[in-house]
Write a protein that binds this ligand. Structure first.
Ligand SMILES: [Zn+2]
Length: 412
């Protein structure tokens, strides 16, 4: 291996001490003193590799290694160092620390690229503090929305106030934006956060794309009545209708064996929620994801038809509202090819898989080509102190990332 696996492992250990909860947990909220401390530690490693570092006005940590032709669009790598409130040691951290190790190796090998390289730890990827994620990565691309700075956390602190306490100047966000075409491509290494690689006993995965979710809210309305007296054929039971739709959704998304489609109903509100009143109104959320947009659209139609047919059968009325409709964002084939080539060189059999969760790369995909490397995580557990990826897998992923960086730099 060209990268220094021991140094990489030490960096993970040191980083895990910041915002540590329990034995293996992490709590590093966005724009918090803990995140600042994590930035200082990561910046010290970037500086040791000869990178210049600064924190921009979105609260992103940026390390830059100037190339001999700094006017060329930059090669950007990164992920995030903020964590869930009850999170693990690897989500986001892997993408920053493995990138630092890859670039440190490049510098130690005396490679002087023409293209400048930047490593970014994006601010507030997780999104729980202000209930909206990808703040830093959307920010640098000018993709923030009205009111984003006024969103408040549970203590009433707004994003704007949090940024000011972090040392940022929210009146100068424009100065921290990247001009169009100033980023050549973006590489993100991330733990899978799902069980596919671990079940398949594969250390590394090549990401095909990030499946944008379709989020619907479905409301079914029937008629309340006494559960002891209204005969079955005369009922308008909204919860029974919802149950059929939930089961039907599961059938729809599992039509094609082995396909990555996922469909979930995870919240349900019942009115009036009394054990002896037939449910009059049921509202539930529906989450449908697929990397194949045509299939997702087809399944959406099947779900809508099912809701309509179920409503008719049980004499219900219904409303469907669309909360989010994101399109899948595909990794650049040329970057996937490079990653696959690096895996083959190292004798790693890396399957392709889609990312169900979103990552900073989703925002970057609107500005440049991107590629992602997934690292196996034990039992697919993430957003949990039990989250675990082995030193060996992380080192292997970093070696592949390093080789990918070299090939991307060679490509002009
Ligand atoms: Zn993450």
């Amino acid at each position: 291996m060209k990268i220094n696996a021991q140094r990489l492992s030490q960096h993970f250990t040191q980083m895990s001490l910041i915002g540590k909860i329990g034995e293996t947990g992490t709590c590093r909220p966005a724009h918090s003193p803990e995140e600042k401390q994590a930035f200082e530690l990561a910046a010290s490693w970037m500086q040791a590799a000869g990178m210049q570092t600064h924190i921009d006005n979105f609260g992103n940590l940026i390390g830059r290694l100037d190339g001999s032709k700094p006017e060329l669009p930059v090669l950007m790598l990164g992920s995030h160092l903020d964590s869930q409130p009850y999170g693990g040691r690897f989500d986001g951290v892997a993408g920053v620390l493995c990138a630092i190790e890859a670039i440190t190796t490049l510098v130690e090998n005396g490679i002087k690229p023409e293209r400048s390289i930047e490593i970014v730890s994006f601010a507030d990827e997780e999104g729980w503090r202000f209930k909206k994620g990808l703040f830093g990565s959307k920010g640098i691309l000018g993709m923030l929305e009205e009111g984003d700075l006024q969103r408040a956390d549970k203590d009433g602190i707004t994003r704007e106030q949090a940024l000011i306490s972090f040392g940022c100047d929210p009146t100068k966000l424009k100065e921290s934006e990247y001009a169009a075409n100033s980023i050549y491509c973006f590489l993100e290494l991330h733990i899978e956060q799902g069980p596919v690689l671990d079940w398949g006993n594969k250390p590394i995965g090549i990401v095909t794309g990030i499946a944008g979710p379709l989020w619907l809210t479905v409301k079914l309305k029937g008629m309340a009545g006494h559960t002891g007296s209204v005969p079955m054929p005369l009922r308008k039971d909204a919860l029974l209708g919802a149950a059929k739709v939930i089961v039907g959704l599961n059938d729809i998304v599992t039509q094609v064996p082995g396909a990555p489609t996922v469909g979930t109903v995870a919240t349900i509100d019942v009115f009036p929620a009394s054990r002896n009143i037939i449910a009059e109104e049921v509202v539930f959320t529906l989450d449908l994801r697929d990397i194949d947009l045509e299939r997702r659209n087809n399944y959406e139609k099947q779900v809508r038809d099912l809701i309509s047919a179920t409503a008719e059968q049980h004499q219900l009325t219904y409303e469907i509202s669309v909360d989010t409709m994101s399109e899948p964002r595909y990794c650049a084939p040329w970057i996937k090819d490079i990653i696959r080539g690096e895996c083959e060189t190292l004798g790693v059999d890396a399957p392709e898989l889609m990312s169900g969760p979103f990552h900073d790369a989703l925002a970057l995909s609107y500005a440049c080509d991107y590629g992602m490397i997934f690292i196996r995580c034990k039992d697919g557990i993430s957003h949990n102190p039990l989250e675990f990826s082995s030193d060996e897998d992380l080192a292997l992923g970093t070696e592949i990332l390093y080789g990918t960086v070299l090939k991307v730099l060679d490509k002009q």
